[in-house]
Design a protein around this ligand. Structure first.
Ligand code: NAI
Ligand code: AKB
Length: 375
């Protein structure tokens, strides 16, 4: 009965909302235990992101911005929207080059009040939520992964709904599990992941879509494959080997792989991943038939990657010392990712296949290490 009473109160308040949809009416229902702390009213998608006009640049906040992906995304978004319109945030201390490249702010996503203050004081209109514990580190610390990936997400969803933000939350190939079709994995299929990381990402997909339908939140989500980057280190995932091989190949000529040689996983070069993120954030609402999309570029095994690297560095020696936790995770993940909906709906297209990826990584890391040796 209290639930019904609360629901009818919310419905009545929603009915009192202006019909034009031009102002997001904020309904304070903080006391209702099953509801978000504060939400925008209405379920019509046209309410979305009314807090900035399409002709203005968005004001973007990136959480967890000092990980493998955030700094690169900030660089791309600053090029497009202006340096001061993109704020990086994290709980770690930024290196001086990052600190001096544009606005940086401390933000712990577990601190709701602090998050709200940042959004209000900086008039944020887009939120890119990158904070997370990845698959392997998540298994090593389940309580922390649960707090950051699930409780933290709840804070983000409520803040975004309350302030009419456009919200991007990445998901992952890790949101699928051993009972999902693995070759290829479509957007819609069984999702029963066996890691806390995967469980938290399915939860994020479902909660984001629920807030979209229930409260009109402009939620956008891409399931990233393993991301490969030269100038930032991965944060403790199962696909990390595909970054490490390049550093070891150049520095020592030897690489010990922690996955079996025939473990096939979907992968993507970071430039494609960040461009996809910007593209889906800018995609007109009417092109999005879904709110969570697979995106992909290539799929390879450690052996195929090593062979491609050896075309450039024939002396590279690769050995295999299997990490049982990571191997079990990889064996439950997609081998190939079907991203046809992203391609059809908003024109997703990757630029980098395996040969271009390898050439680009070796050029980048090679020139970096030549500079380091010269200094
Ligand atoms: N890198 C990849 O291959 C993939 C990444 N993704 C997703 O993309 C997002 C970004 O990934 P990465 O940059 O690789 O992750 P990362 O692990 O490198 O960085 C995550 C960041 O979150 C921060 N963080 C942790 N606890 C926090 C808290 N309480 N408050 C604020 N920040 C906190 C960490 O300090 C770290 O800088 C994540 O959500 C991840 O799940 C999805 C698929 C693939
Ligand atoms: C694919 C991912 O989500 C990440 N790189 C991980 O391996 O955990």
């Amino acid at each position: 009965m209290p639930v019904l009473r609360a629901l009818s109160k919310v419905a009545k308040q929603a009915l009192l909302a202006p019909a034009c949809g031009c102002q997001p009416l904020t309904v304070a229902i903080r006391n209702i235990s099953f509801s978000p702390r504060q939400v925008t009213s209405g379920s019509d998608a046209s309410f979305h992101s009314v807090s900035f006009s399409e002709t203005d640049h968005p004001k973007v906040l990136i959480t967890g911005g000092l990980g493998q992906l955030g700094v690169g995304l900030a660089k791309l978004l600053r090029k497009r929207f202006g340096k001061n319109n993109v704020i990086l945030s994290d709980i770690r201390k930024p290196p001086s080059n990052v600190f001096h490249s544009g606005p940086f702010i401390y933000s712990d996503i577990l601190d709701y009040k602090n998050l709200r203050e940042i959004v209000v004081n900086n008039r944020i209109t887009w939120l890119v939520h990158y904070s997370a514990l990845l698959s392997a580190v998540g298994e090593a610390n389940v309580p922390l992964a649960r707090a950051v990936n699930i409780t933290g997400l709840h804070n983000i969803l409520d803040i975004a709904a309350e302030h009419g933000l456009r919200l991007f939350v990445p998901s992952t190939i890790g949101a699928f599990g051993p009972t999902s079709p693995r070759n290829p994995t479509p957007d819609l299929c069984v999702q029963r992941p066996r890691t806390i990381y995967g469980v938290s990402k399915v939860h994020a997909e479902l909660m984001g879509e629920y807030y979209h339908h229930r409260y009109g939140l402009d939620f956008r989500c891409l399931r990233y494959p393993g991301i490969i980057s030269a100038d930032s280190q991965p944060g403790g995932g199962t696909t990390d080997y595909a970054v490490q091989i390049f550093h070891d190949a150049i520095k020592t000529g030897k690489f010990e792989c922690n996955l079996k040689p025939d473990t096939r996983l979907p992968m993507m070069y970071i430039d494609d991943c960040l461009r996809a993120t910007l593209e889906v954030m800018e995609a007109p609402v009417e092109t999005l038939s879904m709110r969570t999309y697979n995106i992909n570029a290539m799929s390879f095994t450690p052996e195929e990657l090593a062979n491609e690297v050896q075309k450039q560095l024939p002396d590279l020696q690769v050995t295999y010392e299997i990490d049982s936790v990571r191997q079990a995770i990889a064996d439950s993940w997609p081998m190939n990712f079907d991203d046809s909906n992203a391609r059809n709906d908003w024109g997703w297209k990757h630029d980098y296949d395996l040969p271009e990826l390898v050439q680009t990584m070796l050029n980048f890391i090679g020139s970096d290490s030549r500079i380091a040796q010269a200094n």
